[in-house]
Write a protein that binds this ligand. Structure first.
Ligand SMILES: *Cc1c(COP(=O)(O)O)cnc(C)c1O
Length: 380
């Protein structure tokens, strides 16, 4: 097999090569200036990112997990409080709740979107509930209007875990503009990713932005002297070189997002009527396809058949959060949709520089693999 036949899961180098000419001078200047922490590159990216999201403030932090934890701490969510978390998400959503000292309350997800719904959240609210983590998983959007209405009526915070949803929209409004705060990750593999770890908390509440900023910078309040601390904080900052990379990539982000959406559309057309089950997208949603997730029978075998043909794939996620050993103590009942989906989920290659021919090749290989699996099922 020729190396050109290989279809990688993603291609971060292609994005870096495209953005590098735009940022080379700024990157070199920052490097040689010796100013690595904070400064104008970070301020500029924070302003640009808040504007992009349709919010007033963005606070750069070290990663998406810290964005979640610092948001909870800044809101005063902690011991004795409950936070509703979907079972089908990356573990960081739930881990942040535990690290903040609160209890995650795991809920199941909708069978067609694999996202939470207003009804599911409403049914899980107790007198101890302080917040709900709305995860826009894979880049898809749940019913944000309904979720906001439920949260408002119950008097709980809606926090967006938008780590996979840069640029995703619900009725024309972007992820990052719905919650009291929204948490983004700029991990390299995310739709907008740095040359290393990064994250941001986006909010339109100035006091909340100030508090997150202080907590992320050793508890220093705005304007206080270097060794005056108002809180016991931590060190979780976005550094200047990452901010330059992110500002550079932000200029390409809409075009890269449209490329993802077009390639996903091709996948969806090609896979309609096949044995692969697609995930539903509401007509009100702009799904930005951080991941191209489908559901298949006998996933391990399908993955092996794909890799034999040089096609990489992933699983997001093989174990639902409430069944992860350190989180099991928060799970008090089965969550059948998330549990069944975990055994079937398969993420196909998808990245802005992927070609239509590569999508077609993945689909052909997948068709062949599924035919084999199903021939065996029929024979049995
Ligand atoms: C990536 C991710 C996080 C964590 O972000 P990091 O920057 O890796 O810490 C949190 N939640 C979800 C849904 C994610 O996909």
């Amino acid at each position: 097999m020729q190396p050109s036949d290989q279809v990688p899961f993603t291609d971060l180098g292609a994005m870096a090569r495209e953005v590098w000419p735009d940022i080379e001078i700024a990157f070199t200047n920052a490097l040689l200036s010796g100013q690595y922490i904070g400064g104008s590159p970070v301020d500029a990216f924070e302003r640009a990112w808040a504007t992009y999201c349709g919010a007033k403030h963005a606070v750069g932090v070290a990663n998406g997990t810290d964005a979640l934890e610092l948001t909870l701490l800044a809101l005063g969510v902690g011991a004795g409080d409950e936070v509703i978390v979907p079972a089908n998400t990356f573990i960081a959503t739930a881990a942040a709740v535990v690290r903040a000292g609160a209890d995650p309350v795991f809920v199941d997800v909708d069978a067609d979107t694999l996202l939470i719904t207003p009804e599911i959240v409403r049914a899980a609210i107790s007198p101890r509930t302080r917040a709900v983590m709305v995860v826009q998983l894979y880049g898809n959007m749940p019913d944000m209007d309904g979720l906001r209405a439920v949260a408002e009526r119950a008097g709980i915070w809606l926090i967006e875990d938008a780590a996979q949803a840069h640029g995703a929209e619900w009725r024309g409004r972007r992820a990052g503009s719905f919650g009291i705060a929204s948490c983004f990750s700029f991990y390299p593999g995310k739709n907008l990713g740095g040359f290393g770890d990064g994250g941001a908390v986006v909010t339109s509440v100035p006091e909340l932005a100030d508090r997150v900023r202080a907590l992320a910078n050793h508890g220093r309040s705005l304007g206080s002297a270097h060794y005056e601390h108002s809180y016991v904080g931590t060190n979780s900052r976005l550094d200047a070189l990452q901010a330059i990379a992110l500002s550079g990539k932000l200029a390409h982000h809409e075009r890269w997002t449209e490329a993802r959406i077009a390639l996903a559309g091709r996948y969806r057309t090609r896979l309609t009527g096949s044995w692969a089950r697609l995930i539903d997208v509401s007509p009100a949603a702009r799904h930005v396809y951080h991941l191209m997730v489908i559901r298949v029978p006998d996933r391990e075998r399908v993955q092996k058949a794909l890799i034999k043909q040089g096609v990489q794939s992933g699983v997001h996620y093989p174990v639902p959060c409430h069944l992860q050993p350190p989180l099991r103590r928060y799970a008090d009942r089965p969550l059948p949709v998330a549990e069944q989906a975990a055994g079937e989920l398969l993420s196909l290659p998808l990245f802005p520089h992927m070609t239509a021919a590569q999508v077609d090749r993945v689909c052909r290989t997948l068709d062949e693999a599924l035919e084999e699996v199903l021939a065996d099922v029929r024979a049995a």
